[in-house]
Design a protein. Structure first.
Lengths: 295, 596, 596, 295
């Protein structure tokens, strides 16, 4: 794809056909803006990018971008995106969705896609609630939180996306906050440029259903990893920092492993170009060779 | 049963006793000689022990089923002797290790061929060599020159080194010579066919159909009896430029396949009923997003985990009801291995044309059956038609992925193409992919979209021929089957003809869309219609009636895990044509004689 | 449309404009006055914005549908005015904020009631109080004394404190008084019923049915339009001693429910079509393990994610085809909220008796509909029959969990009971739970087990009555519906009667096992049979034919997301009885006038 | 349940009706023996125990015990077991299965059951292969391993059950080896006695399909945590030790958190006894209260 001659686009060129239907103030706007900026700053063209989501408020994301996209089933975005990337290794593949979508119903794909180190950029708008279904407990909801499905307070402990991603083998793990746009742009750019599976867990407040984890809640606690001592190659330190919550919450790049190659790069057939464009028919030698083995 | 040469062997023993190797050697010898065969292997869902019973039937012409008779049986353990020796037909023979196995009672005229294995193998500690001795005995009885076996053994064992080859040849010769001295051969020597044939399993055929159709992405999670497709693909993928991925579960598999398909690769996945149950949500999503992708469901005996290594045609309604809502899809049940190959090729062209998911619904009998095939019949470079694809970059300002057209088909652009960026959504959407559940759920737009998608398949019957009657037009009974029963019904018709009953058959293959008019026309002319199917509830019967309103005259059903043999079907026909002794509520259920 | 009082209100606006509160207040006022109601809320799958349109129809007798007419509409935004004011029938009224909304054209005789909200609210900054002003206006026009509204406001807002109550009462009074001065009331004052009624949604009814049936374990993953069941359960569980768990996905939900059921708890879960697609494998496994457990699938418009907040009867074939293989299950589609309550209770007794999974197949129209109900009609302490349970400890030496009995039902012991330890397997097994795919796949044992399970449901029709015709026996047309369409068909018959067309109806509820003989008998006597269903492909029609062979005379189908209104059905009947102007291929598809 | 007066049973009393159909030498025999011993030593009666499995060679386990059991769907054992435990908190619930069953298709239930800390004892017979389907790659297969589905060598990195269990919130995490029966009995006993979710990942060689990870392979590498310095309350040390493979592999108890209460203990309705035995009908007060709210 001839990207070199294409014009350098602006963030607004990545705006989709319709305006987001999110509630005014929803945290998801923050990530959307940051992604549009990041894509522009990285010099991508819309057709070079594909954005894949599941179902949820946050999963409406691809509809608000001018790139290729799929708005798939609840929880299945990473699986679909794996197919996309293996069919066309040249695409920049973003995966977007919510905490329920990704860490709840989609949890198995999350673990295994991380383990496989498929080169995808996974952006989770973590609002610690099920937004679109009007406010039930999510696996990221904090213990004690009152939701429509836990009216007496959530008894479960929340998932920690950062530590589980690291232990599952993700090679780039970061946390962002919708309220800190600039920081988020920088994180998203690094995530896209990372070759391998990258997770960006984004605190993206649901102003309608989550009255505990608000913008203020995060603003009061967030400290940026870039501003403290932090070694992104040290998984132990990263996990330790990721466990903070009540006192302090770190955003930024927690962990990066630059050595492990992406799975898609390792499959020899990838070298022959995108599967999508591969000549579908077999050559006659290929066919004959197969037939011979049967005789 | 038929005129001319028609011979069936069996080898029985426990898992781990090495039944596959002599089976493979025999199959190679037969097809190289130009003989046709069909093999059915009865086994259990355990890795060692249990009981395996491999039946190979050989004829100079196409073999339609594993038949009714057993002419020669090799018993690798006492259990096989006790269970099956009595099934050998008069004139046949039973081979066994007389050191360790006590002969059972056999029918009159059956030769008991005990082998003093300890002597013949000079007390070889490798238990498996007794199988090679027995092979020598078998080929002698069949009247095949020893050189044929010698070269087959060479091929089979060459990877293990010349010593192993030599040892096996020696053992085989010992058996061959012993038989020459001690036993009576079958008289009629093994015939030769016109030209060498090839041998494959149904799973090979499904995989090869995909490869020939240009599948560039194959994904699966192992599940019997479909795993052979994955094994074939994994082995051959790199040299055929196919990306193969095993995924964490079937939900992942289906969705990965969909992602690859949307991105332009011909994409396929296979599983069995339980795995397909997990895939149904994704199957429906492909229909909504209008993504062409091919699923394979190889049926095994259900419900639930069921009987994992046994056959059944029990997933038809699951296929029909896969996923919520009304949507467009193609469902097809191939009739044998070669048909499976051709069906996969054809269904890829249809699925690309109609931009919808397809399901190939087959079963263990085909997928794990071994079949001979004429190599010329396998077209590895078939015509490939990818449907309405946009391939040139554009400015794409008014591209609408879901354009409402008269045909219902909207031209498709593959991600990566400049100027055609769009989103494929699982929510209902307008022509331009915008969700109609967003802002306003416009009921008129919704209706238009439902109708646009539904229009797509209206031309299906122009592209795919309706089934036709095979056999005499004036038959007194018409046997209707679907998918894998075509062959056994054909054999049953031959048996019936011998009893003076004229039967013809209708083998239905394309299930959705259904050739309702053509089938109604055909069946309305039939004198008596019986439906043959390998399940309890008459799934095809009820589907036939849902689409046509036709009620038929009777049923022959089997649901004990084992496939039909020709006489099961013939017995059912005679019972129902007669004064109905066994048939209850219109359903004849044959008795399974061979206990495996 | 009917004789006597029959009044329909609507409130329209955007999500977030607070439509629910005045809706709830009105509903409470009506039911306390002993009036019946049915409310349908049209909304989109977004949290703020979009368009919401709530219709409440009120009568002294049972209300069977949300009707055809709109008598009074409250427009909270311009959009509602523009879309819907013209649908108000003559004699009706349109209420709106004249500060911000421009009146649209209305039918003759419709009163435009503009409210100077800024003045009336003394420039109150809380936008929601205008809804309270409008409530005052509405109740004045309806001829209800102000005290009724005052006490209703007290109840509604008391949790928020006396200040809020006082403010709302003041606002309501301002509206009430303004209306008295400025507008013409409806003349006929709001009647009073015999005794106070209660109000619930279908989701409440499903949950309460479970609670009354003795559900002690409820589990779900949120999915519209079934989430209300979870909300009810979560709120009430602790005081009713019910364990409620939200699980990570629907596969988990189904399997958790099965585990709890096997351990003896009455266990239930609910979802919608996409979630049920994920549950099908588990559904089949419960049948194989013979575990009684109740699933609920609340249908919404599909396929795939579809139109999440819209109704459809599109999952029938998914229900019929849920999971691989043939197996025993019960499927039932309740007809309204009260019936949903009673059905859940009944199905638990059946499911325990037959030791099989059951599916309650309902839809958004019921689950999210608001219904009045006579409190006495709700039996919170129904008879509970847990079937053949062993409850006394034993030495259990010859207990066989899957004992082959004549009834097919094998006495069940619950884990924890001394002496009856056993395994429940998803593999086919013998009487004593030993897998038959292990060691030997005995085809005779397999067949016996299939037949044992199948025998269980042979007595179903002795326990569950067949559907019956409602309406004149000599009708010229019989309308067949299933599940939630009963009410609207009843209303349509009234409309037809007004046009001189005698129609009766058959409302089918029990789908599996199907009352094939009884229904065949009923329909064979009908002069003309039309099927009414809320889907594209005629799923019930095809199922009816699969089970009975019956082909009918015509179809009325809707698949645009909105439910039928009575005139849609009546129009379809008249069209098909006439010279068929709109009906195509035997299918009449009504036009949806109200765009929501 | 009157366990006090019941006789003390022997391991053989926990033998099921049929003999295992596993290949001679299969590692699963080792765990089976250890579980039977552990149950006897803990003084359990067969009816007090329920053993739940998925599908796989290893999942045939419940059929070889004399306790209550369920042999459920592939990958679903933990979900079913969660329902069992919540329905009858008094049962000792064992969950048994394979690496494919538990870490592959069942991975999401594994993560969330650990997070919830449901009081189950999860015993995984990890043979790093799909046994019953005759030898394909499992998520626990090592990189490079040749299997029927990876004839050119597995390109994926294996899951680490110990570290992911710890990060998902499991409160007892151990590793055992079929070849070390005594050690395994002791681990299984501790796991059963632990109140909360316990994972025992058991190296259980598949002698038929895995020729890499054999008894000898493990024997050469295994060192018992009890014999080295190890602090089971230190998640960092535990994770670090769990990452060893080529040089040394530790078995024993890696991690235990005795403070977090099991979820099933926290649900107030549990106090009213097993759901199974709860009076199914509502009292008339309960019914009336409900009805009143609707009026
Ligand atoms: C299989 C399935 N189950 C359930 C749903 C219903 N559903 C839609 S979105 C959603 C959860 C949304 O939560 P999250 O992923 O956190 O996204 P958010 O709305 O908070 O951005 C659910 C349960 C569905 N669409 N599909
Ligand atoms: C839904 C589903 N998919 C696939 C299968 C086929 N299957 C049976 S066992 C198994 C894997 C077995 O591997 P593992 O869990 O590691 O157990 P092992 O046999 O190695 O003990 C698979 C894929 C199935 N039964 N169900
Ligand atoms: S409900 Fe919450 S997550 Fe959804 S759009 Fe509104 S603020 Fe955002
Ligand atoms: S195949 Fe492997 S895991 Fe299965 S029984 Fe045999 S040795 Fe054990
Ligand atoms: Mg969320
Ligand atoms: Mg394994």
């Amino acid at each position: 794809m001839a990207t070199t001659t294409a014009p350098q686009l602006k963030a607004k060129d990545f705006k989709g056909k319709v305006d987001p239907d999110w509630c005014p103030g929803c945290g998801d706007f923050g990530l959307l803006n940051s992604v549009q900026k990041a894509l522009a700053e990285l010099g991508r063209q819309p057709h070079e990018v594909m954005c894949i989501s599941g179902i949820g408020c946050s999963s409406n994301f691809p509809g608000y971008l001018s790139t290729y996209g799929m708005h798939t089933l609840h929880g299945r975005s990473l699986a679909v995106a794996t197919g996309v990337k293996f069919a066309n290794n040249e695409l920049t593949v973003l995966v977007t969705g919510g905490d329920g979508d990704g860490y709840g119903i989609g949890g198995n794909h999350f673990a295994h896609t991380a383990r496989r180190n498929v080169d995808l950029t996974y952006l989770v708008m973590n609002n610690q609630i099920y937004g679109l279904t009007t406010g039930q407990q999510s696996p990221a909801s904090r213990t004690g939180m009152k939701t429509k499905s836990t009216p007496f307070g959530n008894l479960e402990r929340p998932v920690n996306p950062v530590t589980t991603a690291i232990m599952n083998g993700a090679t780039f793990v970061a946390r962002g906050f919708s309220g800190h746009g600039k920081h988020l742009v920088s994180i998203v750019k690094q995530a896209i440029e990372h070759k391998g599976f990258s997770l960006v867990d984004v605190f993206s407040p649901c102003v309608t259903f989550n009255h505990d984890n608000t913008y203020d809640f995060f603003r009061e606690r967030i400290e940026k990893l870039e501003e403290v001592e932090h070694d992104t190659s040290d998984w132990k330190g990263a996990c330790e920092k990721a466990m903070h919550w009540d006192d302090k919450i770190y955003t930024g790049v927690y962990f990066q492993d630059k050595d492990t190659p992406a799975l898609n790069e390792q499959e020899p057939v990838v070298e022959h170009g995108p599967r999508a464009l591969a000549e579908p028919a077999l050559t006659s030698e290929q066919g004959d060779r197969i037939l011979k083995r049967m005789m | 049963m038929s005129n001319g040469y028609d011979f069936a062997f069996a080898i029985g023993g426990a898992a781990g006793q090495g039944i596959a190797t002599p089976g493979n050697i025999l199959a190679r010898i037969f097809v190289r000689r130009g003989l046709h065969l069909h093999a059915y292997n009865a086994y259990q869902s355990i890795i060692r022990g249990g009981h395996i019973f491999l039946t190979i039937r050989v004829k100079p012409e196409r073999v339609d089923s594993h038949g009714d008779d057993l002419n020669l049986i090799l018993c690798l353990n006492q259990d096989t002797m006790d269970r099956h020796a009595r099934h050998v037909t008069p004139g046949g023979a039973v081979i066994f290790n007389s050191d360790s196995i006590t002969p059972a009672e056999v029918q009159e005229g059956v030769q008991l061929c005990g082998l003093p294995i300890k002597d013949l193998t000079e007390d070889n500690r490798n238990k498996l060599v007794q199988n090679t001795v027995a092979l020598g005995v078998m080929l002698n009885l069949l009247g095949v020159e020893f050189g044929v076996l010698e070269s087959a053994l060479g091929d089979q064992f060459k990877r293990k080194g010349q010593d192993v080859v030599d040892e096996n040849v020696k053992m085989a010769k010992a058996g061959y010579d012993y038989a020459k001295e001690q036993f009576k051969d079958f008289g009629e020597p093994l015939p030769e066919g016109d030209k060498p044939l090839a041998v494959w399993t149904g799973n090979d055929a499904l995989a090869m159909g995909g490869a020939a159709a240009g599948v560039k992405f194959y994904t699966a999670y192992p599940m019997s009896p479909s795993t052979g497709v994955l094994h074939w693909m994994a082995k051959n993928a790199r040299e055929l430029d196919i990306m193969v991925r095993q995924i964490e579960d079937e939900i992942g598999v289906a969705n990965v396949a969909i992602g690859a398909a949307q991105t332009g690769a011909r994409s396929m996945c296979a599983t069995s009923g339980g795995g397909f149950a997990l895939m149904t949500e994704a199957f429906g999503s492909a229909a909504m997003m209008e993504i062409p992708v091919v699923f394979i469901n190889v049926q095994r005996a259900g419900p639930s985990t069921g009987v994992p290594t046994k056959t059944e045609q029990g997933d038809l309604w699951q296929a029909l009801g896969a996923s919520q809502g009304d949507f467009e899809r193609i469902i097809v049940a191939p009739k044998d291995a070669l048909d499976a190959f051709n069906t996969v090729v054809e269904v890829f062209n249809l699925t690309d044309h109609y931009q919808c998911p397809s399901l190939v619904l087959t079963d263990l009998l085909i997928s794990e059956g071994t079949f001979s095939v004429e190599p010329d019949a396998i077209n590895m470079q078939p015509e490939i038609d990818r449907g309405e694809l946009i391939t040139e970059p554009g400015d794409g300002t008014d591209y609408k992925r879901y354009l409402i057209t008269e045909s219902g088909i909207s031209p498709r652009a593959i991600p990566g193409l400049p100027g055609y960026a769009h989103v494929a959504p699982t929510d209902e959407h307008d022509e331009d992919s915008v969700l109609i559940s967003d802002e306003y759920t416009n009921p008129h737009k919704r209706r238009n979209m439902v109708e646009k998608r539904a229009r797509k398949l209206k031309t299906f019957h122009d592209k795919v021929a309706a089934p036709a009657i095979e056999g005499p037009a004036d038959a007194e009974v018409t046997l209707v089957g679907w998918g894998s029963t075509e062959g056994v019904i054909r054999d049953a018709r031959e048996l019936l003809a011998e009893s003076g009953i004229k039967a013809n058959q209708l083998a239905v293959k394309w299930l959705v869309p259904f050739h309702a008019d053509a089938i109604t026309e055909i069946l309305s002319k039939a004198k008596k219609v019986l439906i043959v199917e390998n399940n309890y509830s008459g799934q095809f019967y009820r589907y036939l009636r849902s689409e046509t309103g036709i009620s038929v005259d009777g049923h022959i059903r089997k649901y004990d895990g084992e496939p039909f043999q020709p006489h099961h079907v013939a017995d059912g026909v005679m019972d129902q044509l007669g004064d109905k002794k066994v048939t209850r509520d219109g359903v004849f259920v044959p008795f399974q004689e061979i206990m495996v």
